[in-house]
Design a protein around this ligand. Structure first.
Ligand SMILES: *[C@@H]1O[C@H](CO)[C@@H](O)[C@H](O)[C@H]1NC(C)=O
Ligand SMILES: *[C@@H]1O[C@H](CO)[C@@H](O)[C@H](O)[C@H]1NC(C)=O
Ligand SMILES: *[C@@H]1O[C@H](CO)[C@@H](O)[C@H](O)[C@H]1NC(C)=O
Ligand SMILES: *[C@@H]1O[C@H](CO)[C@@H](O)[C@H](O)[C@H]1NC(C)=O
Ligand SMILES: *[C@@H]1O[C@H](CO)[C@@H](O)[C@H](O)[C@H]1NC(C)=O
Length: 396
């Protein structure tokens, strides 16, 4: 195991301890874009940004950002596991958000429950009631956060359909939604999946070890009552202290991020770290990580596995029910990077064969395109956007 990963694990393990971050005052090392939030970055580049607060059926407050454009062309961006909406804008002028805005789209960016801007609930307190507040996986995000947001965007724009972009676990949510609430298939004009996460049989690199150890790690998490992980308030300052110093690139990027998600040194320059670590990570939960690991280990795209006894109570069967992908009728585009160690081409082949309405399945030609290049890669404008904007023209 690399030193970077060990340090990262120590960081996560000690996330509750804010003392170190206070001593080092790492915020001083951030760039201007590292310090601004979504709205601030949009404004800096001359775009107006609106902030909305929605409440889900089960009581979570979600912050939704919008850069208003042509209301007949709404686009909703859904981030993955641990970033926030910010990941789609931190590349500034070259970001997906501002590139879409420049082309006139009405751009909306969700912040999923429990992450930096959406860490609130009508009655549960995340700090004093973590085991209740963080008791969700990507399933709840899919059946509550997405419908609330999609319906709000459609209502505000007066449209019946919207275009969606999901990245990583943000794509998973659409497969769950289409299967569990099939009426939402009709509300999506085109669902663009960047680095699709559904079947996880062939995940490789440093993710393999934590996946294989997931049931032990999860058991440890239960004993230590660890529900929230990689939160913005506690983990991000520690990563700033570790990663924004001379050895930071070797430690955090070459030692951890690349071994986890694929190597692309050209796509992530050292100078960008003081922006990146102002926004990443934004928070996740033990239950989400365990659920993803279950999908990989059981090699089935199914609901959360509580174990035989609880499954009988929750699902009336010893195994958790599988999601029925044949119901995901929305028109879909799948986009894969060749250097992505998490969303692997072989697994996406199986997804492609399982979804009934894939109109394009694209493997980007740039060989080093990794999992994170879709959201903050340095050369998205040449390696990625031309393919996407062609498809947007063709299908919308
Ligand atoms: C973003 O930053 C601006 C300026 O600091 C602040 O007014 C706004 O409330 C922030 N938005 C959110 C959602 O935190
Ligand atoms: C962003 O792009 C726009 C349009 O291409 C340009 O006018 C503006 O100067 C750019 N801003 C920065 C800070 O690069
Ligand atoms: C978490 O949610 C499950 C089902 O959604 C429920 O059975 C369980 O009691 C909840 N646990 C806590 C601590 O709220
Ligand atoms: C539980 O499953 C059994 C067998 O699959 C079925 O006969 C029974 O009706 C189910 N019970 C409920 C409450 O759905
Ligand atoms: C995707 O699935 C469709 C339908 O099953 C199939 O015709 C097509 O060849 C698949 N594409 C790839 C690249 O595997």
């Amino acid at each position: 195991m690399s030193t970077g990963l060990i340090i990262l694990i120590l960081t996560i393990a000690t996330s509750g301890n804010c003392l170190l971050s206070e001593l080092l005052d790492p915020e001083e090392r951030l760039s201007e874009l590292g310090k601004l939030n979504f709205t601030g970055i949009a404004n800096k580049f001359g775009y107006m940004s609106e902030e909305y607060e929605l409440v889900t059926e089960d009581g979570y407050f979600l912050t939704l950002f919008r850069i208003p454009g042509d209301a007949t062309r709404p686009v909703l961006l859904v981030h993955g596991n641990t970033p926030t909406s910010d990941c789609f804008i931190i590349r500034g002028n070259d970001s997906l958000v501002l590139t879409l805005a420049r082309q006139g789209y009405d751009v909306w960016a969700i912040n999923l429950r429990g992450t930096r801007y959406s860490r609130r609930h009508i009655s549960l307190n995340p700090d004093t009631q973590p085991s209740q507040f963080f008791n969700y996986s990507f399933y709840e995000m899919a059946i509550y956060d997405l419908p609330t947001t999609i319906d709000f965007v459609l209502q505000e724009t007066g449209q019946t359909q919207l275009i969606t972009f999901g990245h990583s676990m943000g794509t998973t949510l659409f497969y769950v939604l289409g299967a569990e609430k099939p009426e939402y298939n009709d509300k999506i004009k085109l669902c663009i999946s960047l680095a699709p996460i559904c079947f996880l049989e062939h995940v490789t690199g440093l993710l393999v070890t934590p996946i294989k150890l997931a049931s032990v790690l999860n058991g440890l998490g239960i004993i230590l009552d660890t529900q929230e992980l990689l939160s913005y308030d506690t983990t991000t300052p520690l990563l700033q202290a570790l990663c924004l110093q001379p050895a930071g690139y070797a430690l955090c990027i070459e030692g951890a991020l690349f071994p986890l998600f694929g190597y692309d040194t050209a796509g992530l320059e050292n100078e960008f770290l003081n922006t990146l670590f102002g926004h990443f990570p934004g928070g996740t939960t033990r239950k989400i990580l365990n659920h993803l690991a279950q999908v990989s280990n059981r090699n089935v795209f199914a609901k959360y596995d509580y174990g035989v006894i609880r499954n009988r109570i929750v699902y009336n069967s010893s195994e958790p029910p599988e999601f029925d992908l044949s119901k995901v009728r929305m028109r879909s585009v799948l986009v894969v990077g060749q250097e992505d160690l998490a969303a692997r081409e072989t697994d996406v082949d199986r997804l492609n064969a399982s979804l009934p309405n894939v109109v394009e399945y694209l493997v980007l030609p740039y060989r080093k395109f990794n999992h994170m290049d879709f959201i903050w890669g340095r050369y998205m404008d040449t390696n990625f956007y031309p393919f996407i904007f062609d498809l947007l023209q063709k299908y919308t």
